[in-house]
Design a protein around this ligand. Structure first.
Ligand code: ADP
Length: 617
């Protein structure tokens, strides 16, 4: 199997889980696999397809994804095809002919195509060794993307009972897993195995920054919001890289896109308000690296396999952790360091709550629960990665070395200098005591800030000695301090209403006037340090000459992509590019040592690559 991995894909090692899953399928087990986006699911059926004597049928919900897969397979020399409604009749019948001839290893089709009589007829004439169901959660009404056509796949299983079945998905709760197993009758006539890979994506740095507060920055006379300023700073420090920016509304997408374009960045919008052809053209331009940034509503991302998305920015808070996780998963599929940046503010919570209000009682409860978890994630001062993994029922292995610089903003802050926050901590703790440990953070902070809201006046909390003594910090800063105190176990938050109370160590600190140090930086001060906050990720510096070589190779990649009419990453990915620049291979033999280059690609592009490196040398 390793030989096939090297021979076809030019990779030397399997990713976690791949080997076991491939072995399971090849030994004839019906297999269910849960693996995060970018985990490497495709290989789990593509490698077995090379070993099987018959055809592997892959059911996939999106035409764009099928095309992408077939292009990639073609580039590595694995004969594959797709059948769907986008094909002209002639091509369709020719593809059917190729399948009958037995030359094809993989056939991709949509579920509605698979259940047609014509396809069933065709498949009954050939040997089918494996039936792969991609995005298998679509089968379940309990999943987040139910597609009724998927239910009928079970009928197909009856037609070729000998074929082993592999179901793959990136998102499945236990209920959905059971539903997939039952509907596809996994394990009914064959042994059954289930694989759940870790959801950890260690190459994605999880950054969360508050966008509350204002700025003095202007662009062409227009005053920028804090979120605009942070976004511009971020894209500036990643100007050569591809990224996706998600916004809450179409209006915001258009505004931010205009702002980015005005500031000279290469960006395009993507949302349901654009007509179909513009939308698909913008997506194509992004996939083909003609444009660096896509500003989008959540509609964007399904159906793109682009492996070199270096960052995903959430300009607004997502509605749930599930949605957030799926979206950030689009960064760094190639395994190279990438960033997920989440911007949030109290205003976002209110905006989402407003939409939740309009839902039915049951839906509202679920949506509120989702939002609450999302806010907890944004606010937690403890490790974001651990928080996410816990949410998905996993724990970070103890052995895993965590490097704050590449883990998350909480870990990074922990590594940063501690500040003496004794006075503000004494203020907030006193305010909690004076209000009898009966209120949540927002209320207590409002008391410190001297708010005149009715509730405070009704309770006569404006008469307290702590009233209005906290105006040196903004509300966001105070919330940060509270969160840090909660994560350091000075304070407790009740489960139901987030009521704050003091733990023993806080009482002791207050009475003994102990100094408290926390990794706290007031937001007003971050403005000047934002540029430093997004330093280039530690990459090996290239000399000017090497940069020139890199540019030449990129140009070659673009030209080849045009010639073969595929996205540049199908020719070779960024990791391959990086290795070509460092190792400067000058023979086909040396090219074989480069990540992502194998027989077929060397045959096709090897000569052109070597020529460029020779000229450079
Ligand atoms: P998924 O379908 O799980 O989202 P893919 O199958 O698209 O993920 O794989 C993501 C990327 O990782 C692809 O570019 C793929 O070529 C690459 N990849 C998969 N397996 C390996 C491996 N063993 N070594 C290196 N790269 C891999």
């Amino acid at each position: 199997m390793k030989k096939l991995l090297k021979q076809y894909y030019g990779y030397t090692d399997f990713r976690p889980g791949q080997k076991e899953i491939i072995e399971s399928v090849l030994s004839g087990n019906d297999t269910l696999t849960i693996m995060p986006t970018g985990g490497g699911k495709s290989l789990c059926y593509q490698i077995p397809s090379l070993k099987f004597s018959g055809l592997t049928v892959v059911v996939s919900p999106l035409i764009a994804l099928m095309e992408d897969q077939v292009q990639s397979l073609d580039s590595v020399g694995i004969p594959s095809l797709f059948l769907n409604s986008s094909l002209e009749w002639e091509e369709y019948t020719y593809n059917m002919h190729l399948i009958r001839s037995g030359k094809i290893k993989l056939l991709y089709c949509a579920p509605e195509t698979l259940v047609t009589e014509r396809i069933q007829n065709l498949l009954s004439q050939v040997e089918v060794s494996c039936l792969t169901i991609d995005e298998a959660h679509c089968i379940s009404e309990w999943g987040h993307d139910f597609r009724p056509e998927y239910r009928r796949i079970s009928e197909i299983r009856q037609i070729f009972p000998k074929a082993v079945c592999l179901a793959l998905t990136a998102t499945a709760t236990e209920t959905v897993r059971k539903d997939i197993k039952k509907t596809l009758q996994l394990g009914k006539n064959k042994p059954y195995k289930e694989f759940i890979a870790s959801f950890n994506r260690p190459n994605i740095f999880l950054d969360v920054i508050s966008k509350s507060g204002s700025t003095n920055t202007k662009l062409h006379g227009i005053k920028l919001s804090k979120a605009d300023e942070i976004t511009l700073d971020f894209v500036k420090s990643h100007s050569k890289e591809s990224g996706i920016i998600y916004c809450f509304s179409r209006k915001k997408v258009d505004e931010l896109n205009t702002l980015l374009q005005t500031a000279g960045f290469s960006s395009l919008p993507y949302h349901a308000g654009l007509n179909d052809s513009t939308r698909s053209q913008n997506q194509k331009d992004f996939v083909k690296d003609n444009v660096k940034i896509i500003v989008a509503t959540l509609a964007f991302g399904m159906g793109i396999n682009k492996p070199n998305v270096r960052y995903v920015i959430h300009y607004d808070l997502p509605k749930s952790i599930e949605q957030y996780y799926q979206e950030i998963g689009r960064a760094g599929r190639d395994g190279l360091p990438s960033t997920a940046l989440l911007l949030y503010s109290y205003g976002d919570i209110k905006k989402i709550s407003f939409f939740i209000e309009e839902k039915s009682e049951k839906e509202r409860r679920i949506a509120e629960e989702h939002l609450k978890k999302m806010v907890q994630y944004a606010e937690t001062a403890t490790c974001k990665r651990e928080f996410l993994l816990n949410h998905f029922g996993e724990t970070l292995p103890k052995t895993e070395e965590k490097d704050g610089e590449s883990c998350c903003s909480s870990c990074q802050n922990k590594d940063s200098l501690l500040t003496d926050v004794t006075i503000p901590c004494q203020k907030i703790m006193s305010a909690i005591i004076r209000t009898n440990e009966r209120f949540g953070a927002h209320y207590v902070i409002d008391v410190l800030l001297g708010s005149k809201q009715k509730k405070i006046l009704d309770y006569h909390h404006d008469k307290l000695s702590v009233y209005g003594i906290g105006t040196e910090y903004s509300k966001t800063d105070w919330l940060n301090i509270v969160n840090l105190l909660v994560s350091e176990k000075y304070l407790s938050k009740s489960e139901d209403y987030n009521v704050l109370s003091l733990n023993q160590i806080a009482k002791k600190a207050l009475s003994e006037r102990t100094k408290i140090y926390l990794p706290f930086t007031p937001t007003g001060k971050t403005g000047s340090t934002i540029a430093e906050k997004f330093p280039k990720k530690a990459k090996i510096e290239l000399s000017d000459k090497d940069l020139l070589l890199q540019e030449q190779l990129k140009k070659l990649r673009r030209n080849l992509a045009e010639e073969y009419n595929v996205p540049p990453y199908v020719i070779f990915g960024d990791k391959t590019l990086e290795q070509l620049v460092y190792q400067k291979p000058l023979s086909e033999f040396e090219l074989e040592n480069i990540y992502g280059l194998a027989e077929k690609k060397i045959q096709r592009y090897g000569e052109s690559i070597i020529k460029i490196i020779e000229e450079y040398m």
